[in-house]
Design a protein around this ligand. Structure first.
Ligand code: BGC
Length: 739
């Protein structure tokens, strides 16, 4: 009886919630319509336009006179403008001088921090710490909001297995499951539960879709993949971000299935709106509408605009195509009024949700801006994430952690560069405010214990500094070489045909090796690199990515063992460029490497198949032992669940964190299935000697995929289940999925 009553109560509450939610929605729609009704066609098109201010641009076109456009109602949205004072000035023009008084959206690339810069996104992903990543986005959002911005062009949800592509630095790596969790965490961080809260800003899921798979790793290049791969591997992180409530989506520059994304009805309407149920607005990437002429699907910009509006693009970033051609196309009957009204509705709706109609200056608070930017709490959060993102790739003879008082020689131009610590998309980050790695090492270990010599430039052929660096290194107990890529070598338009460490840095490392002293490589980079030489030369390698404002301190704390490294790679590190693309969820093929035939196997004649460092890999200053896996059942039924448990022990001498990872393999499918797929992970902390169980729950929906007939669902049969500390070194068992 009690149970029935409770069920009824729950149903009633749920109904009431839905009704009140739909009441709220209806009220919102009503408000939007009351504005829309008063607008002229020109003003409507103005809302569908986004122009860059002249502060900071990422592309070739720059619209002059945007302030007049705002005043005339021809521009409803601005990007690349920040500070409370400047955005207030522009907002004032919109709400006090334009006829309709509609407030502006202010967009900006707040990618990994606004003023307080966190590690690059690839770095954050290697923390596998969703709470920390959400917090990072929250801090970035609240600093941006304090600085006049209400819209960030993040998160980038592009899966990539292409280290040549410089934008892997902006993503969460190669895996769709982890990528989805991170995408959702970042949306939650930026948007919170209420877009109208002044601590949150609007997120923008980008680049829709498939931008991370350019052929040959060349930015903006053609993307060509099967629909099955797109749906099962590339789509999930975008979907997760939309499910988490993201209210804007940016198209991508590339073509997919033969159609540029900004003109793809399949992507922007069939997938995004119909399949994923997206309710927000769609903006193009920078002039990507115009670029459809170069792609060769539109004869001129006017036709490109037609393709976009019909595909489902609501807003034109910087291209001036809607501004120039849309009005006439409506008047000529080529574009239905309804299309314009729907697009403007979606944009106005978000402006209402952000609270801009309530108070257009909500995000322009100078006093708050002063208080919040670089606040101690924000710097503390950036330090925390930076430490958690570092991955210990090698540590022979316990070279690390360094001991306080040890004499160390620091070599490498990157060790004194604060600019490089920030990585690409530094937003409002200020490298003059920061301390370098050498500064922080000296502050911790004493001036006289930290000698420095640059040795050579990060990029260049000059070897004249080698001798001085070797003399300095001779005097030290241990050598710390800070090497890798400069910040401008990753990010947009930075594809490389080599993934080696640039210049003569490795040559210097080779010469330092002759001194027979322990060498610690501190590696800064925005992509997986070929480290095959460096791994033989260095005693230890700490991957630090581009760690942000607090990078110098974070590196110091990790090197000296104040923090025990816990990061794990989220992209496979190959042995050589010839192995690319290489990723852990490959297919078995008909001739896998382990069959006995010596020649006719799927392999290289000049390189092993396996990577140098697999997905999920990372060491600690302690060690962990994994017990065998215990399953709650050997048969997983259609509506059931299966629990897989390992007992974890910290077998080393210090407290450490481990990312315990759970993978499955579907052994026989109607289509071929990957050899492993990540299905769960948990980051745990264990004191020396401590042990505890870690349990993963597998439910049938986690095993679904696009089957032979392209329906989405599961197939009964045998599965393998693996648990381990990376995708290679795992315990293994099996279960059956029964229908
Ligand atoms: C990039 C986007 C970015 C936009 C605005 C483009 O070039 O591809 O990721 O958000 O510029 O700055």
């Amino acid at each position: 009886m009690k149970k029935i009553f409770l069920t009824l109560l729950t149903v009633t509450i749920l109904m009431a919630c839905t009704q009140s939610q739909s009441k709220e929605e209806a009220a919102l729609d009503h408000k939007v319509d009351s504005v829309l009704r008063l607008m002229t066609l020109d003003e409507k098109i103005g809302q569908m336009v986004l122009y860059s201010s002249d502060w900071d641009v990422t592309g070739p076109t720059l619209k002059k006179g945007y302030i007049d456009d705002i005043r005339n109602g021809n521009c409803g949205n601005i990007f690349n403008a920040y500070t409370a004072a400047y955005t207030r000035k522009l907002q004032k023009v919109a709400v006090e001088e334009s006829r309709m008084h509609i407030p502006l959206l202010f967009g900006y690339d707040v990618i990994h921090g606004h003023k307080t810069i966190f590690p690059i996104c690839l770095g954050e992903s290697t923390s596998w710490d969703l709470k920390a990543i959400e917090k990072s986005a929250r801090v970035a959002g609240s600093e941006a909001a304090a600085s006049g911005i209400n819209w960030t062009f993040a998160p980038m949800c592009d899966i990539s297995v292409e280290p040549r592509w410089g934008r892997v630095s902006e993503g969460a790596g190669e895996d769709p499951y982890l990528g989805s969790k991170i995408a959702a965490a970042r949306v939650r961080g930026f948007q919170g539960n209420d877009l109208g809260d002044t601590l949150t800003i609007l997120a923008c899921v980008k680049h829709f879709a498939g931008y991370g798979a350019p052929l040959a790793g060349r930015d903006y290049n053609t993307v060509d993949m099967s629909e099955r791969v797109f749906l099962d591997t590339y789509l999930p992180p975008y979907k997760a971000a939309i499910d988490a409530g993201a209210m804007s989506v940016m198209t991508s520059f590339n073509e997919l299935f033969g159609v540029p994304a900004s003109g793809s009805h399949y992507l922007l309407t069939d997938i995004l709106r119909t399949k994923l149920g997206f309710k927000g607005f769609v903006v193009t990437d920078y002039t990507s509408m115009n670029e459809m002429v170069n792609h060769g699907v539109a004869a001129n910009e006017a036709d490109a605009g037609l393709l976009s509006i019909k595909a489902g693009v609501d807003m034109d970033m910087q291209g001036e195509v809607y501004f120039k051609y849309l009005k006439k196309q409506v008047q000529d009957g080529l574009v239905a009024d309804k299309m314009i009204n729907d697009a403007v509705r979606r944009i106005l709706r978000v402006k209402f949700m952000l609270g801009l109609f309530r108070d257009p200056y909500l995000y322009c608070n100078e006093a708050r801006e002063k208080r919040e930017l670089y606040s101690p709490a924000h710097l503390e959060a950036a330090l925390d994430v930076a430490k958690k993102s570092m991955v210990l790739l090698k540590n022979e003879n316990h070279t690390l952690p360094l001991r306080k008082g040890e004499k160390i020689a620091v070599i490498g131009e990157l060790a004194t560069s604060t600019r490089d610590l920030l990585g690409s998309w530094k937003a409002a980050g200020d490298w003059n405010f920061m301390k370098s790695i050498v500064d922080e090492l000296r502050a911790f270990n004493g001036e006289s214990n930290v000698m420095y010599s640059p040795g050579c430039k990060t990029n260049g052929e000059d070897r004249s500094g080698f001798a001085a660096a070797i003399t300095t290194a001779r005097k030290a107990d241990k050598i710390v070489v800070v090497m890798g890529e400069s910040a401008d070598m990753s990010g947009e338009a930075t594809s490389r045909t080599s993934i080696n460490i640039p210049g003569v840095q490795t040559e210097l490392l080779q010469q330092l090796k002759a001194l027979n002293k322990p060498i610690v490589v501190v590696l800064m980079n925005g992509r997986p690199l070929d480290l095959s030489k460096e791994t033989t030369l260095a005693t230890s390698i700490l991957e630090v990515w581009f760690p942000g404002t607090m990078g110098g301190k974070a590196i110091t704390q990790v090197l000296f063992g104040e923090y025990n490294p816990s990061g794990k790679l989220t992209m496979t590190f190959p042995r050589n460029l010839g192995q690319v693309p290489i990723y852990y969820y490959e297919k078995n093929t008909g001739r896998p490497i382990y069959i006995p035939d010596p020649k006719y196997k799927s392999r290289y004649i000049d390189s092993p198949n396996d990577p140098l460092f697999p997905f999920g890999f990372g060491l600690s200053y302690t060690t962990f032992a994994y017990s065998d896996i215990r399953l709650s059942t050997k048969e997983l039924s259609d509506k059931g669940e299966l629990k897989a448990t390992v007992n974890m022990t910290n077998t080393g001498g210090v407290t450490g964190e481990e990312v315990v990872q759970c993978y499955v393999r579907d052994l026989v499918g109607s289509v071929t299935r990957p050899v492993k797929e990540l299905k769960g992970f948990e980051k745990i902390t264990l004191k020396a000697g401590e042990n505890r169980n870690v349990t993963f729950t597998i439910t049938p929906d986690m095993l679904a995929f696009h089957r032979l007939d392209m329906t989405y669902g599961t197939e009964p049969g045998d599965y393998k289940l693996f648990i381990g500390g990376n995708s290679r070194d795992v315990k293994e068992t099996g279960f059956k999925l029964v229908k």
